[in-house]
Design a protein around this ligand. Structure first.
Ligand code: ADP
Ligand code: MG
Ligand code: MG
Length: 876
């Protein structure tokens, strides 16, 4: 059986990645700090293995764990010269959760454990500080009551508030020892009433209760939600850290604080943090007292400040990353309580990576691997237009950058509801707590009245890449009335506001935004990524505007130009409907003739922007029902064009109705029934090329893609049509045109028959949206109804429409790749569809040896970075 418990300064575990699996992040980092000889209160870690056994063993802590824990407590006793439960010099401990990756605030921690009616008297004597001792005791009872016995904390808070009211004081700090004595009794009574048992006086009973509760917190609702959102596996489990307590609340030579070794918002190399004199750790993060800027410590505690700085650089050098640190000062002695890689904004992530390369702390490869591609998203989207008029109603701390507008909502549930209705919400809370996590996820931005730059709201928002303004003390929130006031302003629920997490400003209404700046460090990272990656990155685009954005973002061509999207235009739609509804070839030809010049011009514009690069044009693959006229006016318009009666049109619509349009008369099936449509499209493509040549624009190489092929004959027939059209146009203009013909692989049969199909195709593009749909037999439009149940029941790890299902859909891609290349070695292979912009799927594409991915314009930089990472990971 493997070892269950590790002392912080253990010799067995070298600090490698595995140690995190066993010790959890917090435990591994405490161990590393101890080994670096930083001052860490002594303690040990109960490994994640124990969590695993715990859940297998009816949620019981085994005797072995109990035995070993007792032995380790003895070691702490020896080092601290204190004794657990002692009546003269009692040892107090903290019991802290900690999984492999940080899940801020998601799981539980219990402080001051070991206090009871007797040890509190001893603590009082030793510290000669009765108020401190009683305050610590009541905190412990409160935490224990909440975490172990499940009594909601507001019951305790209410007791304190009521007491303060009767006494006529405002601050907790105004309460004295006697006051706390009374409250301690009230707390105990509350526990008796709610939990139907006495608050335990036996310190070991306290300890087992705490360990049990921490292990249970792994499966709390909020922890599960957090894991689901962040794709953290349920089986990882949490470790439990047991550690001697140190006190930041014993007087004015005590303090507690949190710090980042670099600015987590901007990435600037500067100390960034907050601290509170005479306070315990939870006071800083809870946002109940507004903390001081850490730089002020240089004046108030210069010696400690210097020491902290020294440790910061030591830790940065060791971890080669920006650290997020928790510390406590007890009677002028500094103790380090936690270090971990700090959460940061996208902007900071990039700046820190680039700076650390400059500082020679990390290599370019490390820098590339370090940046989570998904967070780039926040940089690529618009920020507030500086020139726009703004009516600022309040301001707060710039806790997480970016601008967001939306309807004011005061509860997490409301924010979720708005999201379901596809509306933007700004979640406005006095302060947030882990219960709000779903609502924070649903909201576009977060605004709090209380709490600093390291409050729960700030940390979580930065992690999610959401704009956040925290600690705006100007706003007064009234949950009952569903409104907040700021000076003269009264903002009601549902009213639209804009927050700017970069400046901390809160504005009335929706403020316009501008395009992002992607020069500087960002472009440096992109250049590095481009030098490393092998996969090409193209874009899915069918409008000149999108094509321009994509090319600016570094797209190396178009991987999917969906021609049906070009038909939606208001001016053209009548002709398109005319084409669809016409009963005769004659009528259809007439309609196509009207559409041709539009299409030709569309292609010309796009070819011009993508000059010199490949452009894959997919021939018409319309979901017919989307084009059919619905209103009476639309019907009348088409009727006029076609010289038919309204009722004729209506019956024609009924004729065209399909039970299952996804599997209906679409894609190449349309080309087979009505070759004239595809012929018109090819003519438009080739004529656009001729036009480019005439205007001396460096030509693109069009790749004409035939959709929804499942048999060899389909592609054979349609390729013939393309070639014939090309020959005609070449003859007409006495010009040579270069083009390719290929197909989309989006049906399982096509993947299986790839070898035959490749005879007639120069390229395959995997249409993974449809391929996922047809492989699972799940319609994407309807899957919303049950996908969540599938994810909850672990049938799907992730939504297969977001990240490629490697074992099924991926296998088909591998089969098609192999068989296709067997026939044609130079077969070009790519993927289009949503998966082309998903980092996990991009990694799959690299491993499956595809040539390119194609994604939406705004995801192009994400894909460039993800492709570089995929290559580096493959090599390692
Ligand atoms: P979280 O993972 O939620 O940050 P922690 O285990 O870090 O939870 O505990 C929360 C806070 O409790 C810490 O920031 C620290 O201030 C305080 N704390 C934890 N252990 C100790 C200890 N041994 N001595 C003093 N304070 C502690
Ligand atoms: Mg912590
Ligand atoms: Mg398709």
């Amino acid at each position: 059986m493997s070892k269950l418990i590790y002392r912080f300064n253990n010799k067995e575990l070298k600090n490698n990645i595995n140690s995190k699996d066993i010790l959890g992040g917090k435990g591994a980092n405490l161990a590393l700090m101890a080994k670096l000889k930083l001052p860490v209160p002594p303690g040990f870690t109960i490994s994640t293995k124990v969590c695993e056994y715990f859940y297998k063993n009816n949620k019981k802590i085994s005797n072995k764990v109990i035995q070993q824990t007792k032995e380790e407590i003895k070691i702490i006793e020896k080092i601290t010269k204190k004794k657990f439960g002692d009546l003269y010099n009692p040892l107090l401990i903290s019991v802290r959760s900690g999984s492999r990756v940080s899940m801020p605030g998601m799981m539980d921690t219990i402080l001051n454990l070991g206090l009871n009616d007797k040890t509190v008297i001893a603590l009082r004597k030793i510290t000669s500080n009765g108020r401190f001792a009683k305050d610590s005791y009541r905190r412990f009872i409160q935490m224990y009551g909440n975490v172990v016995l499940g009594i909601e904390s507001h019951f305790f808070e209410e007791l304190i508030e009521n007491y303060k009211l009767t006494k006529g004081v405002i601050q907790d700090t105004e309460l004295e020892e006697d006051d706390w004595d009374g409250l301690i009794q009230n707390f105990k009574d509350l526990i008796k009433e709610k939990a139907k048992k006495n608050f335990p006086q036996d310190v070991y009973e306290q300890l087992w209760g705490a360990i049990h509760a921490v292990l249970l917190s792994w499966n709390s609702k909020r922890a599960k939600t957090y894991r689901k959102i962040n794709y953290i596996p349920d089986h990882w489990g949490t470790a439990v850290n047991v550690q001697a307590m140190v006190f930041g609340n014993m007087g004015n030579d005590c303090a507690t604080g949190v710090a980042f070794t670099r600015n987590p918002s901007t990435g600037k190399k500067e100390i960034f943090g907050e601290y509170l004199i005479n306070a315990q750790g939870e006071d800083v993060v809870a946002g109940t007292r507004t903390p001081e800027n850490l730089l002020k410590m240089n004046k108030s505690m210069p010696k400690i400040f210097k020491e902290l700085n020294f440790f910061f650089s030591k830790l940065e050098k060791k971890y080669k990353d920006m650290q997020d640190i928790e510390f406590t000062v007890e009677n002028n002695k500094l103790w380090m309580l936690q270090t971990r890689s700090g959460k940061r904004t996208a902007k900071a992530a990039i700046k820190i990576a680039v700076d650390m390369v400059k500082e020679k702390l990390i290599s370019i490869k490390e820098a590339i691997l370090r940046i989570d591609p998904n967070i780039l998203d926040t940089l690529l989207h618009p920020t507030l237009d500086e020139k726009a008029e703004k009516e600022v109603i309040a301001s707060g701390l710039p806790a997480s950058p970016g601008a967001a507008s939306g309807k004011v909502t005061f509860s997490a549930e409301e924010a979720e509801k708005l999201k379901e209705q596809l509306q933007d919400a700004i979640l406005v809370r006095i302060e947030t707590s882990p219960e709000d996590i779903n609502g924070m996820h649903a909201a576009k931005g977060i605004l709090t009245a209380r709490g600093g730059m390291t409050s729960h709201a700030a940390v979580v928002a930065r992690g999610m890449g959401k704009p956040c303004v925290s600690g705006s003390s100007e706003i007064k929130i009234d949950y009952e009335k569903k409104e907040f006031k700021s000076g003269e302003y009264i903002i009601k629920e549902g009213q639209i506001i804009t927050i700017d997490g970069g400046s901390g400003k809160i504005m009335l209404g929706k403020v316009p935004t501008v395009k992002p700046d992607i020069s500087g460090d960002f472009s440096k990272v992109m250049v590095w990524a481009d030098q490393i990656r092998k996969l090409k990155v193209r874009t899915n685009s069918e409008t000149p505007a999108d094509t321009k954005i994509a090319r600016d973002f570094g797209a190396e061509g178009i991987g999917l130009c969906r021609t049906e999207h070009m038909f939606f235009n208001e001016k053209r739609i009548v002709s398109v409907r005319q084409m669809i509804l016409s009963k005769t070839l004659e009528d259809r030809r007439l309609a196509l003739k009207k559409i041709l010049p539009y299409q030709k011009n569309d292609f010309f514009e796009i070819f011009k922007i993508m000059s010199g690069l490949p452009v894959t044009v997919r021939l018409l693959d319309p979901p017919l029902h989307e084009f059919l006229p619905k209103t009476d006016k639309d019907i009348a318009d088409v009727a006029k064009e076609l010289n038919m009666s309204n009722s004729d049109i209506k019956s024609r619509i009924v004729e065209l109705h399909e039970q299952n349009p996804m599997l209906g008369h679409r894609g190449c099936r349309l080309g087979i029934s009505f070759p004239e449509i595809y012929k018109m499209q090819c003519t438009a493509i080739f004529e656009a090329l001729v036009e480019c040549k005439r205007k001396n624009i460096k030509s693109v190489i069009p790749e004409i893609m035939i959709p929804l092929v499942s048999t060899t004959s389909e592609i054979q027939i349609l390729k013939n049509l393309v070639d014939k059209t090309a020959t005609e146009i070449q003859k007409k203009h006495s010009l040579k045109i270069k083009y390719y013909v290929g197909t989309m692989i989006e049906l399982p049969r096509a993947a299986i028959r790839a070898k035959d199909i490749a005879k007639y195709a120069d390229f395959f593009s995997f249409g993974t949206n449809d391929l996922t749909q047809t492989t699972f037999g799940i319609s994407r439009d309807d899957s919303g109804k049950f996908l969540n149940d599938y994810v909850d029941n672990k049938i799907f790890n992730k939504d297969p429409f977001i990240s490629i299902d490697e074992r099924g859909v991926g296998e088909l891609i591998r089969i098609a790749t192999e068989r296709g290349r067997l026939e044609k070695k130079a077969l070009k292979l790519g993927i289009c569809g949503e998966h082309g912009g998903d980092p996990a799927s991009i990694e799959f594409c690299e491993n499956a040896k595809l040539n390119y991915v194609s994604c939406s314009p705004y995801r192009v930089p994400i894909a460039r970075l993800a492709a570089a990472q995929a290559y580096l990971k493959k090599k390692n």
